[in-house]
Design a protein around this ligand. Structure first.
Ligand code: IMP
Length: 502
């Protein structure tokens, strides 16, 4: 007979935290969000081979995790998993770009030619969010540098028709430039000495190599949590599937990837067990591979026993996900996280091995992150959250007068990542499990992550916790009624200014 869970499953929005005692020592400055990413023998006093400084990773999705977002997130202390629904070469190239990125040196891939118009500059500024555009002879990233045009060189609201870029740009002869190979601190000295906002770096043929921005140098100085490997390169992850891993994994390892994740909507399968076994046998146990997704104890135990280095939880809770609607499988994300966390602790008690768990999908409000951690997650994976930022790979558009970014599911027709839903056999997936959508544009990743982290840290202090393990031990969680949820927003008043809620 079928098994019935007697209780309904619940999601984050149905829970609240009850504060615990806050001592005078329990202040935001004392809180650490450092968290393990990969399994380790905790009982033997081992340290995990990879940890993060904030408990946030970005989703394995075309519309979320490319090299640009990966760099921005590593600067904040988290990890991106670069999407696997692209060719092996393209994915490896993205990983390589993160690993070869020199903090402070920006490769400008949205340039313009001198004979193009100011209208085209405005379009580019709006599309990319960059206020400085390099002018190269052929408009390419590595073309011959002809000048620089910024939004301060003309009135963006009064663009004269058919004006040429060459008439408004600062021409090459008037630019301060750095030679290829210049150090960041020398570039910064030039910027300050000549009172310029950016320094184009050029090769011996005057071709553009990169740009150094005054603001980026400042920001490099102010990223105390940035996540670096032992060679001072940013840490980056990548998604893989259960079909082409014997080719994809070595290419990603060659490119310098730090961690892999089997990306599937349903991970309690022989395919994942085989992939974990093959990868560890062929490439060694030092190659770290997360697996998932699962939503119960059995699923977790299966993946942990088959060597998963972390386990990802969640089916059907993603914002763009229609899996529950299409197939009727899934579970409330809170219930799934709580059960898998118990299984993780049971496995640890039995083996001494701590296998980190990641709650994936369905994070709508910042406090949902704190709830997921309190329920036992070691970190969370977010798609919609990161899709809203400047650094995500998608276009910024204006819809009904509001800035939005595009965001689509891996199981949508647009992504066509049917491997994520692979059940083996020959027949491909014939229906969608995700939608194509817009999300409100929210600005820079740095500003948003700083705000989110601040909220998590303050709530942890309210619960008397200075670390994630302490939160998991001390948290008191309560299920709440719909009336209590309604009471949680401003009510019975006319709100004047909504910005305080963001
Ligand atoms: P979000 O943070 O709520 O937007 O959820 C992101 C998560 O949704 C991802 O990490 C995936 O686990 C999942 N996901 C991505 N694409 C799809 C899809 O097309 N259908 C169902 N789930 C998806």
């Amino acid at each position: 007979m079928a098994f019935f869970y007697e209780e309904p499953s619940h999601t984050f929005g149905e829970y609240l935290l009850i504060p615990g005692y806050t001592s005078a020592d329990c202040i935001p400055e004392h809180v650490t969000l450092r968290t393990p990413v990969v399994s380790y023998n905790k009982k033997a006093g081992e340290e995990p081979a990879l940890s993060m400084n904030i408990p946030m990773v970005s989703a394995v999705m075309q519309s979320v995790s490319d090299d640009k977002l990966a760099i921005a997130l590593a600067k904040e202390g988290g990890i991106s998993f670069i999407y696997g629904s692209q060719t092996i070469e393209d994915q490896a190239a993205m990983v390589a770009r993160v690993k070869s990125y020199k903090a402070g040196f920006v490769t400008s891939d949205s340039n313009i030619r001198p004979d193009q118009t100011l209208e085209e500059v405005v379009e580019l500024i709006k599309k990319t969010g960059h206020s400085t555009i390099a002018v190269t002879d052929d408009g390419s990233a590595r073309g011959k540098l002809e000048g620089i045009i910024t939004e301060r060189d003309f009135r963006i609201d009064h663009v004269p028709a058919n004006s040429k870029v060459s008439d408004y740009m600062t021409p090459f002869k008037d630019l301060i430039t750095g030679k290829d190979g210049i150090s960041l601190s020398d570039a910064n000295d030039l910027i300050w000495t000549h009172k310029v906002n950016q320094l184009p770096v050029i090769d011996s043929n005057n071709h553009l190599v990169s740009l150094v921005f005054r603001k980026d140098f400042d920001s490099h100085e102010t990223h105390p949590l940035e996540l670096l490997d032992s060679n001072h390169r940013y840490i980056v992850g990548a998604g893989i599937n259960t079909r082409d891993y014997m080719k994809r994994v070595p290419a990603l390892l060659d490119a310098g990837v730090d961690i892999l994740c089997l990306d599937s909507s349903e991970g309690y399968s022989e395919w994942q067990a085989r992939a974990l076994k093959d990868i560890h046998e062929k490439f060694g146990k030092n190659v770290k591979v997360g697996a998932g997704n699962v939503v119960d104890r059995e699923g977790f135990m299966f993946l942990a026993e088959n060597g998963a280095d972390f386990v990802k939880i969640g089916i059907g809770g993603g914002s763009i996900c229609i899996t529950r609607e299409q197939k009727g499988i899934g579970r409330g994300q809170a219930t799934a996280t709580i059960e898998v966390a118990k299984a993780r602790d049971e496995y640890y008690a039995k083996t001494g091995i701590y296998v980190p768990i990641c709650s994936d999908g369905g994070i709508v409000h910042d406090y949902h992150i704190t709830l997921a951690l309190a329920m036992g997650a070691d970190f969370v994976m977010l798609g919609r959250y990161f899709a809203r930022f400047d650094e995500s790979p998608t276009n910024k558009l204006i819809i009904n007068g509001n800035y939005v970014k595009e965001y689509w599911g891996e199981g949508s027709n647009r992504a066509r990542n049917w491997q994520r839903y692979d059940l083996g056999g020959k027949s491909g997936l014939s229906f969608e499990e995700g939608v194509d959508s817009y999300v409100p544009y929210a600005g820079r990743l740095h500003d948003n992550v700083a705000m989110t982290v601040s909220k998590v840290v303050h709530t942890m202090c309210n619960c008397g916790a200075l670390s994630i393990p302490e939160l998991q031990q001390k948290a008191k969680l309560t299920l709440v009624s719909q009336v209590t949820i309604d009471e949680g927003s401003a009510h019975d008043v006319t709100v004047k200014n909504t910005s305080i809620h963001s």
